[in-house]
Write a protein that binds this ligand. Sequence first.
Ligand SMILES: Nc1ncnc2c1ncn2[C@@H]1O[C@H](COP(=O)(O)OP(=O)(O)OP(=O)(O)O)[C@@H](O)[C@H]1O
Length: 338
Amino acid sequence: MAAAITIDNLNKTFEVKKKQPGLAGSLRSLWKPVYETKQAVSGISFSVQQGERLAFLGPNGAGKSTTIKMLTGILHPTSGHAQVLGCNPWTERSKLSFRIGSVFGQKSQLWYHLPPADTFELMRHIYELPRGDYLTRKEDLVRRFELGPYMNTPVRKLSLGERMRCEIAVSLLHRPRVIFLDEPTIGLDVVVKLRIRELIREMNREEGMTVFLTSHDAGDVEQLCERAIVVNYGRIILDDKVALMKRELLTFKTIRLVLAEENELGISIPGATVTEHDGLKATLSINTSLTSMEMVLAQLVRHVRIHDVTIEDPPMEEIITHIYAQTAAGSEEGSEPA
Ligand SMILES: Nc1ncnc2c1ncn2[C@@H]1O[C@H](COP(=O)(O)OP(=O)(O)OP(=O)(O)O)[C@@H](O)[C@H]1O
C-alpha cells in the first residue's frame, strides 16, 4: 500500500524572547531582548499508509500541533522533508488543501453568526465543486451526521456537540484523502464522542480516508486508531499498534471474581494483590512480569468456589499515563534532549 504521509528528519525551532528576572530585567528586554531557541519538533521521521488510522499522542507541549501545522502547510519547518499525498505541504499548500481536511477542536471553521448551510455553500466555492456533486455529497453528510435540524440555525446557537458534527461534516465535503483531527472530541459528552468516533471510522472504512488524530482522550485512541505514535520533547518515543501497546507496555492485568460463597481468597503469590474484596466480589491486580495468570488462577480455584471470572487489560488511560511517566523519569535522569 502506498504512503499517504512521509516525514523525514523534520525539525522546527522557535526563537522565543527570554524573560529576564525583575523590573530591571523586564525593562532591559524591551530595548535589548535576549532570544533563546526552543526545539518544538526534533528530527522526527515516520510514514503513514493510505487508509491508516494513526493517533499522534504526547503530553502538553510535546510538539503535536506544530507537526500537524507543518503537515498542513501552515508552518514551515526549520529543516527536514515531508510529503502528504505526494505534495510538499509548505510549497504546495493550496494544491494540498484540495485533498486534505482538517478539524481543530479548539478552533471553528464555521461562520459563527451564519448557519452551517452557508459554510457548506462557501466551501463549495472554495473547493470548486460542481453543483451536482456538491448536492449529492452534502445530502449524504447531512444524513450521516444527522445535521438536518441544525443546517439553518446560526452556529452560535448550536451546542458544542452539534457544532462539532457540523465541523467534521464540512471538512469532509470535498472528499479529502487525509483528515487531520486535532482534539476533535474535546469537551463533548460520552454519547456524542462515541457517535463522532463511529462516523470517522465509517468514512475511513467506506472511503479509505487516512486519519491523523491527536487527542488527550484515551477513548479516541482506543476506539478510533489502529496505530499510535507517542512524542515527547519533540521526539518519537513509541510507534506501535494500539492493540499491542496494552500487551507490551503494561504488565498489569485485573482479575474480577464473583464468588459462589463468601470466603477468604487464600492467595499468597508475589505479584498478585487483592485490591478489593467485598462479600462475593473481589478484584485482584496481577503483575505478569512476576507471576503467571495460570499460577494465580490455579491457586484461586484451590481455595474458593468461583461463580464468574473476567480478566481485563488496564484501561488505555493508564497505559498512556505510564508511557508519559516513563519519559518524564528518563528526562530526570538526564536523557531529555537539550
Ligand atoms: N509560535 C510559537 N512560538 C514559540 N513557541 C512555540 C510556538 N508554537 C509552539 N511553541 C512551543 O513548541 C512546543 C510544542 O508546542 P505544540 O503546540 O506543538 O505542543 P502540543 O504537543 O500540540 O501541545 P498541546 O497538547 O498542549 O496542544 C511548546 O513548548 C510550545 O510552547
